[in-house]
Every structure is written in C-alpha cells, then in structure tokens.
Ligand binder design. Structure first.
Ligand SMILES: [Ca+2]
Ligand SMILES: [Ca+2]
Ligand SMILES: [Ca+2]
Length: 341
C-alpha cells in the first residue's frame, strides 16, 4: 500500500523529451520539468528496502526517514531501482518511508510510502477448516494449520483474492511450529477475554477460543460470504499466494453474464486465484462447479480438509463434517455430513 504526496514540481505540466526512436531535427528541445515518480517500495531482505522510480532518481540524503524509527545505514547511488540499507526490520511490521528524490535536472518529489518488514522465515501454512455460515453464538471461523515452522510476521489472510479482497489481515510477528493451529474469529461483538494470542495460546477466553490454538479476533468485516467466496493466504502484502479456497453454491447456469459466479468481481477473483496456481479448473475455464459447495454447512458443520490436510487445490480436498464435528484448533474429522441426517 503506498501513499504518495504530490511532489514539489508535481503541479507543473509534464514535458517528456527524447522518447521517440528517431531524432526529429525540427522539434524544439523542451527541458525535463517533471520530477521522478515513485512506483513501488518493498523490503527485499532483512536490512534492505527496494524503491523503484519511473526515471533515474537519487534520494536526498538529509530527507530520508523511516517510521517507526529504523536507522538508514546506506544510501544508494542514483538509479531507477535503488536499494536502501536499513537496520534489521521486524518481520511484518508496517513502516513508513518518508523521502525526497530528485532527477538529474534537480526536479524533486517528496513522498511517503508504506512497506512491511521483511520476513525471512515464513511458515508453510494451509487453510484447513472454515465455517462461512456462522451464527451469533458461533461466528464465522477460519482455521490455519502450520505445516512447517516459521514466523507469522507479515503473512496475509484475505477474504477475496490476495490483490482484490473485501478484507485482509496482516499477522504480527510470532513464532509457530509444525502442527500448530491458528484461528481467526470474525466478530464485531467484543466480549470479555477476546485477546489476540501471540505467545500464550491459553490466554483467550472468548467464545470458540481453543486452548490448543493461537486465537485472533477480527473486527470490522461482515464475516465470510455465506454462499460464494474466496479465502486466501499470501506470504506478505503483495507477495506470492500460499493457499486459497474457492467456494460456491452456484452453477454455470446461475447467471448468463458472469459464467454463473454472480458478479464480475467474483468471476475476476476466481480467475485470479486460478491464474496464480492456487486453484484448479477442471475445464478450460474456472466454473462454479469447480468450487467447494458450502450447501449443508452450518456453524458446527464446518468445511474441512481431510485429517491429513490433503491439498491438491481442488474441491475434492474439502468435505462438510456432521453436526458438532467441527474441530477448530485440532485435527479435522474425516466424517461426512449426509444431507437429511
Ligand atoms: Ca487459544
Ligand atoms: Ca492449496
Ligand atoms: Ca480442525
């Protein structure tokens, strides 16, 4: 997420020279009055932050600052992609870089842009169980299973695709081990004991909290879509997708305009996670029939992977468990819900 402020020369009309492949002797030389524009900022190593500009630019030494306080150890030479040296970042912490950059003619831009602290130890994680049809007493929950140890700092959970979502949660830094569970509870009703757990997984006493899992309480969302949605995990904001699940109770015949997905946005998101390799289409194009069907699930009949957490990026990995066989914070049940029983 970057926040850019207009540069000092930002209001001057653009005049770009030298773009054409052929010289034009009749053209009048127009001086470059346009300041460099920041295109991206991201951490690329524990002590390095990369900036890219639309033209060669140099950071103004006295104007570079990182908040919360992170010392700058090395200023890069001019370039379109430059690497700033900083002290070691905290994994997943949000920092703001405030700086000025100037081009070779002295046109200067001032900007402030956010980046997240580099995490060299992202754990291997799976979306393992969820209930999109929670109730007031049992709000929507998502269970993550840790397959290989690491640090959660900066890992992103999204309702929607990683780059186009309705809500996202960026995890703080805390260590997890293989076999650990993390629960995300989607509730706006704050109750006693709803504390986020980073170290003591028995600290939270909120409804549905598990003493075996790290519980987190997510506010300000409408919960998970009940019928038609996507959940995803990414390694960091803007980073590669680690896992996703597409669920829908619709069919290709449910509408004529969006291949059955109900909206242009849902179709685009389904196509996005398929293109990212996080979900499989059985035909040439992704269809609602490729999704996990949440029909029959309730707050205690959750959608689960197998007890072994099989992951082939397909609907066959998922099943609905019988009433009260949800297992948030522990290994999944392989029992199947049978409609009418
Ligand atoms: Ca807990
Ligand atoms: Ca997967
Ligand atoms: Ca479980």
């Amino acid at each position: 997420m970057k926040r850019l402020m207009p540069g000092l020369a930002g209001v001057i009309a653009c005049a770009v020279t030298g773009c054409g492949p052929l010289p034009n002797p009749g053209a009048r030389q127009v001086p470059d009055l346009r300041p460099p524009s920041l295109e991206s900022v991201q951490s690329i190593a524990v002590a390095e932050v990369e900036l890219s500009f639309d033209e060669e630019a140099e950071l103004v030494p006295e104007a570079v600052r990182v908040q919360p306080d992170l010392a700058v150890t090395r200023l890069p030479p001019a370039g379109t992609r430059v690497v700033l040296g900083v002290k070691e970042q905290e994994p997943g912490r949000r920092y703001t870089l405030e700086a000025s950059a100037r081009d070779g003619r002295g046109n200067t831009t001032v900007f402030a842009a956010d980046f997240y602290g580099y995490n060299p130890r992202v754990p291997a994680l799976l979306l393992n169980e969820f209930t999109p049809r929670g109730s007031t007493s049992h709000p929507d929950v998502v269970e993550l299973r840790v397959l290989a140890a690491g640090d959660m700092g900066g890992v992103v959970f999204t309702i929607g695709a990683p780059q186009d979502c309705d809500a996202r949660y960026v995890f703080p830094s805390f260590p997890v081990g293989a076999g650990d569970y993390i629960l995300l509870h989607f509730t706006d009703e704050v109750q006693d004991g709803e504390v986020d757990e980073f170290l003591d997984r028995t600290a939270s006493r909120g409804p549905g909290a598990s003493d075996a899992a790290f519980d987190f309480w997510i506010r300000g969302t409408k919960g998970l879509p009940g019928n038609n949605g996507i959940l995803a995990l990414a390694r960091r904001p803007g980073g590669a997708v680690m896992d996703a699940v597409l669920y829908s109770n619709r069919t290709s015949a449910s509408d004529g305009e969006y291949r059955g997905f109900g909206s242009a946005r849902m179709l685009a998101r389904a196509e996005a996670i398929t293109a990212l390799g996080a979900w499989k289409a059985s035909g040439a194009r992704i269809a609602p029939e490729d999704a996990v069907n949440p029909e029959g699930s309730t707050s205690t009949r959750s959608l689960c992977r197998s007890s072994a957490s099989q992951d082939t990026d397909a609907r066959e990995d998922w099943h609905i468990v019988p009433t009260r066989r949800s297992s948030f914070g522990s290994v999944n049940s392989d029992e199947l819900y049978v409609s009418g029983k």
